[in-house]
Design a protein around this ligand. Structure first.
Ligand code: NAD
Ligand code: UDP
Length: 348
């Protein structure tokens, strides 16, 4: 499996995975409509990897644009990141989220089937565990959703299960990400949210540069040791490596399938660190890693938030032979290096 199509490869997680793929010797083809990313990311990828990946400016809403890519390229597998991802926005614009995430995936799968490409790694999310399951979350727990965004992931997972039932050549990994943060250690690639950041780490990073006055901490009365919410943060490069492991697993299932049918599957894997940090612990870790003070104020709970969740990672550790290698300190220092470069670029 050499030629990999990466939908959403210009985005935060996609671009870091592109680096990991190039470094591992894959031939990467990116498809993205840049609705939440910048064309300059291609240059950054080239600076880091020495390779300018092939790029198609295309929208998954247009099936013909996807077909054009498959006609021009011999694709062996697809990593499908492209989606809208803001939970709050999905509550306000459910139709946009269902359309983009569901129809985009439908179109992609139809084209893959047309071109006999059956290897797929799908970006799912810990949000599919909903708000009823006990922690740590395990892959076989029942799924539910608390937002249209989360529901789109639950529905796509279900659709991919049905697809495999109908055509066993489909070989699919559902990667359930926990909280990806951090940046490439070069400081050249990272997360650059448009507008006010929704997520904790980008917000902290903007407070550190002085772009925002203080972090608002959503809730300090949760049933957690310090009262603030606990999440399972994972370095984006560790997450990127999880995709390489998933591809290797699909490849080994394909070869096993040649001698012994029914080796292909749809399997879900949690990609997280397997333990959580509170908001206050993240703030402290950022201050310690960077020497920058982060002022904060305590605010009311954010609607839809739950107190704490983290992953049971045994399945990914064992089946994919994958573990995280980077801790919270590195997540903070890599974020900071990237944020400083970003501010320098904005001021020059
Ligand atoms: P991102 O917004 O940075 O990247 C997504 C990319 O997809 C963007 O470059 C965007 O332009 C592109 N895209 C969106 N719709 C498209 C379309 N119709 N056609 C073509 N390109 C399109 O997001 P990310 O943080 O890199 O997330 C990647 C994936 O991981 C998403 O599926 C997201 O739901 C999932 N995920 C992210 C997180 C997180 O915290 N970042 C957590 C869990 C799951
Ligand atoms: N959080 C916060 N202030 C912010 C953003 C987030 O206190 O400006 C908290 C949030 O309530 C949660 C944690 O930080 O407890 C992680 O939030 P994020 O949005 O990054 O991830 P998610 O809640 O989607 O897992």
């Amino acid at each position: 499996m050499k030629n990999i199509l990466v939908t959403g490869g210009m985005g935060f997680i996609g671009s870091h995975t592109v680096i990991a793929l190039i470094e591992a010797g894959f031939n990467v083809i990116i498809l993205d409509n840049l609705c939440n990313s910048e064309i300059t990311t291609l240059k950054q990828i080239e600076k880091i990897s020495g390779h300018y990946p092939e790029f198609y400016f295309a929208n998954l809403m247009h099936k013909a644009s996807i077909e054009a890519v498959f006609m021009q390229q011999e694709i062996h597998g697809v990593i499908h990141f492209a989606a809208l991802k803001a939970v709050g926005e999905s509550v306000d614009k459910p139709l946009s989220y269902y359309q983009n995430n569901l129809v985009g995936t439908l179109n992609l799968c139809q084209v893959m089937q047309e071109f006999n490409v059956f290897n797929l790694v799908f970006s799912s999310s810990a949000t599919v565990y909903g708000d009823k399951n006990p922690i740590p979350y395990k892959e076989d727990m029942p799924l539910s959703a608390t937002s249209p965004y989360g529901q789109s992931k639950v529905m796509i997972e279900q659709m991919l299960q049905d697809l495999h039932l109908s055509e066993p050549r489909w070989n699919i990994s559902l990667l359930r990400y926990f909280n990806p943060i951090g940046a490439h250690s070069s400081g050249l690639l990272g997360e650059n949210p448009k507008g006010i950041p929704n997520n904790l780490m980008p917000y902290i990073a903007q407070v550190a540069t002085g772009q925002r006055q203080a972090l608002g901490i959503f809730g300090n009365d949760y049933n957690t040791p310090d009262g603030t919410g606990i999440r399972d943060y994972i370095h984006v490069m560790d997450l990127a490596n999880g995709h390489l492991k998933a591809l290797a697993q699909l490849a080994s299932q394909n070869s096993a399938n040649q001698t012994n049918r029914n080796k292909t599957s749809v399997e879900a894997y949690n990609l997280g660190a397997g333990h959580g940090y509170s908001v206050l612990e993240v703030v402290k870790a950022f201050e310690n890693a960077t020497g920058v003070h982060i002022p904060f104020k305590k605010l009311a709970r954010r609607a839809g938030d739950i107190a704490a969740f983290y992953a049971d990672t045994h399945k990914a550790n064992k089946v994919l032979d994958w573990q995280v290698e980077r801790g919270l300190t590195q997540m903070c220092s890599d974020t900071w290096r990237w944020q400083l470069n970003l501010s320098k670029r904005a001021n020059s």
